[in-house]
Design a protein around this ligand. Structure first.
Ligand code: PMP
Ligand code: GLN
Length: 378
């Protein structure tokens, strides 16, 4: 057979977590918390199972959860999504992203992707025959040049994929960025896929600029989100997507034959848990404390950094230490120093020379202290 994805290997997250386990290293590579999810949420999911929510959820998701999601958009963004027509619960953001791409991208359609980009975007485009049009952003601020975006946008552009707060750089897009995107896509048929899985993790009193806040953008956008990020349970793989009714109808045609519906007790438990909005509103503060702790502990280390503005990742520049490429250095740090991270070049096309690694700070304070001790002694 001929592989449909000849250039794709095992994801860097699997590779680095396996290496961390093998060498018993502190694992700040793959993005997941090393502390438990709220017991109250676990109890609510158990209760959902005990109360019989054990059969298929509706194809679009448990309705109470979709209503809770709609209420969140009203509360945070004064914005309406119809729970029955415009919200679908998915198997994490990954499945939502895959199905958005699959539902719209045809062979030879162009899809604009900002690099570095989270690793599930491009294979989903390529397996559907689409053509990735990369736009390279660079350290340390990863700013978008909007004239470049305009010049790469044409009648062949089917979709533009955006991600703020941004994994892996920890940067966020401003209101001006979103307005530029709105201007470029105005009066076109371009669909925007706005991956907002870190919407609740934004620091220093900045505001998350959701695509739903820009009315023209909203009517062409899917927003994807992940409860794994918000409620510290990445292993449950529950997420959702919101989008205008006509687009969502197409999305569901694919979703229903891709997974049909996802784990029902988790959906019911999350719906009940979200009745208390403080469950997601406190997240900025929770992670700001972790970011601030981590950065204060490594401020005198040899690594250079610009503080992360969102997500639970911090990028560190190691150019003062070695000329080694980031993949080799990340592996050596894991094996020889006992700390695992993610080399940024794996999300990049041609920025192989950036000497930067991504560290996840969704960890207990104790782990962050131990990690900082290692980083301070390099
Ligand atoms: N998008 C981004 C930017 C992510 O970082 C992640 C996972 N960390 C996902 C999507 C996938 O989310 P999920 O685990 O809910 O599938
Ligand atoms: N999104 C997580 C990260 O960026 C990893 C998810 C995965 O392992 N696929 O680290």
């Amino acid at each position: 057979f001929t592989s449909k994805l000849p250039n794709i290997g095992t994801t860097i997250f699997t590779v680095m977590s396996a290496l961390a386990n093998k060498h018993n290293a502190i694992n700040l590579s793959q993005g997941f918390p090393n502390y438990p999810s709220d017991q109250k949420l676990i109890d609510l999911v158990n209760m959902a199972m005990n109360n019989g929510h054990n059969q298929y959820a509706p194809m679009a998701g448990n309705l109470e959860l979709r209503i809770a999601i709609a209420n969140k958009y009203e509360r945070l963004y004064q914005n309406t999504y119809h729970p029955e027509k415009e919200i679908t619960v998915t198997a994490g953001a990954t499945q939502a992203i895959y199905c958005v791409i699959s539902a719209f991208v045809r062979p030879n359609d162009e899809v604009i992707v900002f690099k570095p980009a989270y690793d599930c975007y491009e294979p989903a485009i390529e397996v559907n025959g689409g053509k990735v049009i990369p736009i390279q952003l660079s350290a340390p601020d990863y700013k978008v040049d909007w004239t470049e975006v305009a010049s790469k946008t044409s009648s062949k552009t089917k979709m533009i994929l955006i991600n703020s707060p941004h994994n892996p750089s920890g940067t966020i897009w401003s209101q001006e960025d979103m307005l530029e995107l709105q201007k470029i896509t105005h009066n076109t048929d371009i669909i925007v896929l706005s991956d907002e899985v870190y919407e609740h993790i934004v620091f220093d009193n900045e505001q998350h600029q959701s695509a739903c806040l820009f009315s023209d953008l909203k009517q062409r956008s899917f927003i994807t989100a992940s409860f794994g990020k918000t409620f510290h349970n990445t292993g449950w793989k529950i997420g959702y997507t919101c989008g205008p009714e006509a687009l969502m109808k197409e999305f569901r045609k694919v979703h229903q034959f891709n997974v049909f519906s996802v784990h029902h007790p988790s959906q019911k438990g999350i719906a009940d848990y979200m009745q208390d909005e403080t469950t997601y509103l406190g997240l900025n503060q929770f992670f700001q404390q972790k970011r601030d702790l981590f950065l204060s502990l490594i401020k005198d280390s040899i690594f250079k950094f610009t503080p992360s503005k969102g997500t639970y990742f911090q990028v560190l520049d190691y150019s003062e230490i070695t000329d080694e490429n980031d993949v080799n250095f990340a592996k050596r740090l894991t094996k020889e120093f006992g700390i695992a991270s993610i080399p940024l070049s794996v999300f990049n096309l041609n920025q192989k020379d950036d000497k930067v690694l991504r560290f996840c700070f969704a960890k207990t304070d104790e782990t962050l202290v131990k990690a900082a001790e290692i980083l301070n002694n390099i």
